[in-house]
Design a protein around this ligand. Structure first.
Ligand SMILES: NC(=O)c1ccc[n+]([C@@H]2O[C@H](COP(=O)([O-])OP(=O)(O)OC[C@H]3O[C@@H](n4cnc5c(N)ncnc54)[C@H](OP(=O)(O)O)[C@@H]3O)[C@@H](O)[C@H]2O)c1
Length: 224
């Protein structure tokens, strides 16, 4: 499969992850749209305005408008609203698209630390793939914070990033984007069921960040 560069990329989500990924991918020369429920309301948010002043090349649109004609759609919304947001985009727009899922199925309803809303023999990545069978879902980047996602060198050591998905060509596109952002150890874990592993890393990641007093922690997989 050949996908031209620059890519048309829709980043769905205006939180720290969406802003970080949209800004970085835009600065790399891709045609990036940031998706939100209500662009006007989002435009009134101070943190968004400050970010957008630095990333004027990124357009802001509704989730569905952002995803229209995109090569790659990135889900950067909360795990609890992920399927709802992708429903707003619709199966038709997601058909054939590389759908990058960076979400985590965290349930904060009983406080901190959150529990996983899906685990063991299922994952949010699989639920996304099941709900949108025409999309080519790739789970990645959910094992690190937003700053590290877009600038892994800030850890000062070579960290590893994982990709999970059933479509090898889609994983190749995602691996290319990861390398463009500075990730030099991209590990293909296999099919989308392997998203269970990276999603179930979150309880340890949360404890590590708490114990070390920093969310700037990454996994470095050591092997011969
Ligand atoms: N924060 C990190 O460093 C980090 C690291 C790894 C993975 N993740 C995962 O990445 C995802 C994004 O995290 P985040 O902290 O950047 O953003 P977030 O606060 O989890 O999500 C923000 C986005 O969710 C959208 N959304 C859609 N429907 C919503 C509803 N009913 N209620 C609330 N929000 C709704 C918001 O829309 P509007 O734009 O309209 O407000 C916004 O775009 C999460 O799944 C998180 O677990 C985060």
């Amino acid at each position: 499969m050949t996908i031209a560069t620059p890519l048309v990329i829709a980043v769905l989500g205006t939180g720290p992850v969406g802003r970080a990924l949209a800004g970085r991918l835009g600065s790399l020369g891709h045609d990036v749209r940031l998706g939100t429920r209500d662009p006007a309301a989002t435009g009134r948010r101070e943190e968004h305005r400050t970010w957008h002043e630095e990333h004027a090349e990124v357009t802001v649109a509704t989730f569905a408008e952002a995803a229209t004609d995109a090569d790659v759609v990135v889900n950067a919304c909360g795990g609890e609203v992920t399927l709802e947001v992708l429903d707003q985009v619709g199966a038709e727009l997601l058909d054939g698209v590389v759908l990058v899922d960076v979400s985590n199925p965290l349930d904060f309803s009983a406080g901190f630390p959150p529990r996983l809303s899906v685990c063991n023999d299922d994952s949010l990545g699989e639920q996304v793939q099941h709900a949108f069978p025409g999309a080519r879902v790739v789970k990645t980047l959910n094992t690190m914070n937003s700053a590290v996602m877009v600038d892994p060198a800030r850890l000062g050591a070579s960290a590893s990033v994982f990709v999970s998905g059933d479509d090898p060509d889609a994983k190749a596109v995602v691996a290319r984007l990861l390398r463009e952002m500075g990730h030099d150890d991209v590990i293909d874990l296999g099919g989308i069921t392997s998203a269970r592993g990276v999603e179930m890393f979150l309880p340890l990641w949360l404890r590590l960040a708490g114990a070390l007093g920093s969310s700037e922690v990454g996994i470095a997989v050591v092997r011969p």
